[in-house]
Design a protein around this ligand. Structure first.
Ligand code: PLP
Length: 296
C-alpha cells in the first residue's frame, strides 16, 4: 500500500502523520502516549517543519523556535565508520545499539512512536553504509519497546544501492527478508522527470488501518496525480525491463573497486563509501589525522 505525493520533504511529513495516526489517533486505541521520534545526528529528511525537526544539522538552526521540541525528537549518533569506528565492525554495531537502548530508556520507551533513519545516509554525511547487524538490532529494539521501525530510502532506495531497497543489500541487510514497518521512497521513482514520492507500509501497518478507520486521513490538491504516477510507472518499467538495478549493482561495484585502486595514493582521498552506484569520496586535508578539507 502506498500514498504518493510529490516531494521527499512532504512525503516524510506524511510518514510522520501516518505514524501519528497510528500512535495517537483512532487506529490504536489507548496508546496515545507515544509522541516522540528517535532519529540520528547528521541526518536529513527534508525542509518541512516535521522533517527538519526529525533531521539534524545547521539547516534547522534558523527554524529552531518553531520546530518540534528536542524532547520530542531525541537523537542517537549516526554511523560513520571512517571517523567513529574504533574496534571491529561487530563492536561498532554493539556500541551503536547500546546507545539506542539507552536512548529508549532515558526517554521512557512507552512514549516513543518510532525510530527513523536513512538506511544509507546521503545529503549530510556522504554515503556511509550501516555496519552488519545494525538494521536487525534497531528492528529488534523497536519490536521490544513497541515502537515503529522506519527507514527513509528517499535518496538511497529504489535500486540506487544495487537492490530494490537498500535494506536488502547483503552486506548490511535486514535478515530473513524482513523490511521496516514504514519506508519512504522517491527520487528514482520518477527519475527526475516528475516530482513523485511515496510512503510504503508493511502488512502490519496495513492491518492496523484495515482494522481501524480503513483510510489514511488527509489529502492534497495534487495527491495521486495521474500524470506523475504514470510517468513513475513508465520509469519503473524501463528500470525493470532493462535490468538496470542489476546494472547499478555490477557497474557500481566495479566503479568503487576502481576508485579504491586508482585513488589509493591520492593525498586528499580519505575514504570511499557507499553501495551500488550511490558512492562518495571523502576529501581530507591530511589522511593521517583525517582533518576535513573544508571546515563546515
Ligand atoms: C533522505 C532524504 N529524505 C528526504 C529528502 C527530501 O526530499 P525533497 O528534496 O524532495 O523534499 C531528501 C532530499 O534529498 C533526502 O535525501
Amino acid at each position: 500500500m502506498t500514498i504518493d505525493i510529490f516531494t521527499g520533504s512532504y512525503i516524510f511529513e506524511r510518514k510522520v502523520s501516518v505514524i501519528g495516526l497510528l500512535c495517537v489517533g483512532s487506529e490504536n486505541d489507548g496508546d496515545d502516549k507515544r509522541y516522540k521520534f528517535v532519529s540520528r545526528t547528521r541526518s536529513y529528511h527534508g525542509y518541512t517543519i516535521g522533517s527538519l525537526s526529525i533531521g539534524d544539522g545547521s539547516r534547522k538552526s534558523p527554524f529552531k523556535p518553531i520546530l518540534l521540541s528536542d524532547e520530542q525528537t531525541p537523537k542517537v549518533t549516526n554511523f560513520y565508520s571512517y571517523r567513529t569506528q574504533k574496534g571491529t565492525e561487530e563492536e561498532y554495531t554493539k556500541e551503536l545499539l547500546a546507545e539506542l537502548k539507552q536512548c529508549f530508556i532515558d526517554n521512557d520507551p512507552s512514549t516513543i512512536c518510532g525510530v527513523i533513519f536513512e538506511t544509507v545516509g546521503g545529503s549530510t554525511i556522504g554515503t556511509p553504509t550501516p555496519p552488519k547487524g545494525y538494521l536487525d538490532g534497531h528492528n529488534a529494539f523497536c519490536d521490544k519497546y513497541g515502537a515503529l521501525f522506519m527507514l527513509d530510502e528517499f535518496i538511497c532506495g529504489m535500486g540506487r544501492c544495487g537492490y530494490p531497497f537498500s535494506f536488502m543489500h547483503p552486506d548490511f541487510s535486514l535478515s530473513n527478508g524482513t523490511g521496516p514497518d514504514i519506508c519512504t521512497v522517491g527520487k528514482t521513482i520518477g527519475s527526475g522527470f516528475v516530482t513523485l514520492a511515496g510512503v510504503l507500509i508493511s502488512p502490519k501497518i496495513k492491518k492496523a488501518f484495515d482494522e481501524g478507520s480503513g483510510c489514511i486521513m488527509g489529502a492534497q490538491t495534487y495527491h495521486s496525480h495521474d500524470f506523475n504516477c504514470r510517468v513513475g510507472l513508465a520509469v519503473q518499467k524501463k528500470i525493470y525491463d532493462n535490468n538496470l538495478i542489476e546494472n547499478w549493482r555490477v557497474v557500481g561495484a566495479y566503479l568503487k573497486e576502481q576508485l579504491q585502486i586508482k585513488l589509493k595514493d591520492n593525498k586528499i582521498v580519505g575514504d570511499i563509501s557507499g553501495a551500488g552506484d550511490f558512492l562518495s569520496i571523502e576529501a581530507v586535508k591530511d589522511k593521517a589525522t583525517k582533518e576535513h578539507l573544508i571546515q563546515n
